[in-house]
Every structure is written in C-alpha cells, then in structure tokens.
Design a protein around this ligand. Sequence first.
Ligand code: PHE
Length: 335
Amino acid sequence: MVDKVWRNFQTQLKKIKSLDGLEEVEIKFLGRKGQVNKLFQQLAKIPASQKRRQGQAINELKQKITKALAKKKEQLQLRLADELAQENFDVTQPGREQQLGHLHPITQMKWEIGDIFRRMGFEIFEPQEVSDDYNNFGALNIPAGHPARDLWDTFWTREGYIPITHTSSMQNWIYRHRRPPIRAVVIGRCFRHEATDASHEHTFHQIEGVYVDENVTVANLIETMRVFLSAFYGKEMEIKVRPSYFPFVEPGLEIAMKCVFCNGKGCSVCKNSGWIEILGAGEIHPRVLREGGIDPEKYSGFAWGLGLERLIMLRYGIEDVRRFHRGDLRFLRQF
Ligand code: PHE
C-alpha cells in the first residue's frame, strides 16, 4: 500500500508545472483527508504484530513526500524568476501615466475672473439662464416694440421665455435683493440666434458688473475696468472710452483696450487700429434703478458687460471662438 501511494505521488508530481498545481497535490496527499492520512486510518485494521513496522513505513513516506514537495517548490520558483528575467520585467519602472483630465478653460477663467472681482469687493452670481421678457428687456428700459430689441438676436421658447441674450437680465433681480452700496458681478452663459463664425457663437459667456452707491461716476467705472484688465492680463493696461448706446445706461460707453498683440502699433488682430473693443458699459439709467426699487435721486451707479471668450482669446492668441465647444483634446490639454 505504502509503495503504491509513493508511485502514485511521483507520477502526479512530474506533471506539475505551476505553484498552484503543486498545492493541489500537497492537499491530495498530505491534507486532512489525503492519501497519507488514509493509510494511518487503515492501521487500525491490520494485525497488531505488523502495526509498528507499517506505522514506521507510513511516517517515512510522509517525510519523503514533504521533502519532494519542498524541492519541487524551489524548482518552480526558480523557473518563474528565470521567466520574468527573460521578459525584461523591470520592477523599478514608474507606472503608466494616467490622464485624469482637468477643468475646461472657460471654467478656469470664470473662477479666476471671479476671484479678481471678489478681491475688489464684488459679490459673484450666476445668471438664471432661462428668463423672461421683463428681466431680459422690460426692466432694462426696453419696452415691447422698442427698436433697440433688434440689438439682440433673441431665442424665444414656445411659452414665451427667453434663454438670456445678455447677463444684464440679472440687473433687476440684483437691485431688488441688495441694498446700496451694491457691488455685484454675474458670470454665465448667454444665447443668441447668430450665424456662427470665428468670432460669433450662439452660446457664449458674459461678465456683468453693477456698482450702485452715492456719488458714483463714470470715472469709477473706467478705473474699475482698468484695474480688472491689468489684473487679468498681468500688466498695466491702457484703455480708451468711446460713446455708445444701450437703453439701460446713460451715457453709454464702449471701452477698448490697447491691443495685447502689437501693443498699440497696429496688427491684423486689431485691424491696424491698435485698439480692441471689449465691453459695453455706462451709468445705469435712472429708470432702471427706479424699476429695481432704488431711488435715482439719491443713488447712481455704473454697469458693464464683458465677453468672457473674447478676453480669453486675447490672452492666449486663440483665433476661433468655436474651439471652446469642440471638445478637441489637443486644444483643451493646453490649459
Ligand atoms: N448687455 C449689453 C450687451 O450684451 C452690454 C452692457 C452691459 C452694456 C451693461 C451696458 C451695460 O450688449
């Protein structure tokens, strides 16, 4: 019996090629219900005179199997190490780089610009993206039928709501929910029914600002814009003011900054004028203040509307606004 188990063990051991297989054989022979233990159990049935010799033989078998298993294990481990060495497996190599992604450049700039205005004492808001006739136009001194409505190519929902055409749609809400002194900035998406091209998108972002207090003048507006632009572009910016028209400001202004590419000398970006127009602004119209529950006899203020994409394009020399929404990773990874 003992010999038969030994031969059986040897044939099985020869076939083993892996450490896992080795463990199986070990359980089969040395395990609790294994072959060797079965032999010990059979000892009870044999004549007393043979018990001692037979017991010794089984113990020897157990030792031989244990030794053989240990030897085989060592061989298998050595072979594994050899194989790994041949595969040129370098455990000191760093892992493969993970592409974790990052915030979209628009979001990064929104946050950065929000921080600049926060440092200047402004409170930051997001607009309600779908608003109504009153907030987008009526409360801003643009009654129904007013020709100035044509300044904005407006989308309307079937129910008569408006995806906001400008962040000025938040002005009335701000006047009604804050008391002077008011310093508020709204950064968010606007929508216009535009044919898109390199400088026009149907969906874009504006940065609206309102400042209301006693004795606020255009001089405060101009300086606020100059300080902001200098902070955003990281150098002292020169700006130029021209008259313009928006129904909700009086006087209305347009502000241009010295071209960041040619420093005012004239280039293709600024169409050789040396200046780039970046925002509409003005003194808040008394009717708009009154509509917001603020007494225009006591308070005055200024408001501005900046295009976010424009600011970013000028900072990085991006030539096409449509890049922001294309999802092209070669573009996005640069930020
Ligand atoms: N809302 C205007 C626009 O989108 C910009 C603007 C804002 C002008 C505030 C004056 C004051 O064209």
